[in-house]
Design a protein around this ligand. Structure first.
Ligand code: CU
Length: 163
């Protein structure tokens, strides 16, 4: 099990890397590799991933996220326990000084609740992040297609698709 998870993490890291061309910076916070996962018909929640880097000398905190295309955007963390994944609501996400936090499948993510429209690959969606010190950042997040089956199989694959 542990080995499968490691393999999963490795493939996620690669995936993020491939899509990390665009980088945006405001003050000491840098966002890179942001993307949203395409939704399937009937899916009313979406997930957004990115890397948040803090180049400053003081810890930073993501306190809120919002999007005009969803009723609510929640900060979530996915945990694996005994082969089952569950999501936890996070009140805030801390980014340590000179550190970074990766929002990625199987870990932290932004959860778009009650989507007003389906997320289609090739589109981009507006997402706003409120940081305690850096203030509000407005992002345009590209929507990426779901991974194909040969890149991503089995139960862990399902987990990645949903979160
Ligand atoms: Cu979630």
């Amino acid at each position: 099990m542990k080995r499968r998870v490691m393999k999963l993490l490795a493939s996620c890291a690669m995936f993020l890397c491939i899509h990390s061309w665009a980088a945006e910076s405001t003050s000491s916070i840098m966002i890179s590799g942001a993307y949203a996962r395409e939704t399937v018909p009937g899916q009313e929640v979406g997930a957004v991933y990115m890397t948040i880097e803090n180049k400053g000398d003081q810890p930073e905190r993501l306190v809120r996220a919002s999007s005009p295309i969803a009723d609510d955007v929640m900060l979530h963390s996915t945990r694996m326990a005994q082969g089952m994944s569950s999501m936890q609501h996070m009140p805030t996400i801390e980014i340590p000084a000179h550190g970074k936090v990766e929002l990625k499948p199987g870990s932290y993510h932004l959860m778009l609740d009650n989507l007003h429209q389906p997320l289609k690959a090739g589109d981009s969606i507006a997402v706003n992040l409120d940081f305690r010190h850096a203030g509000t950042m407005h992002l345009q997040v590209p929507v990426k297609a779901l991974m194909t089956m040969d890149e991503n199989t089995g139960h862990d694959g399902m987990n990645m698709m949903m979160h």
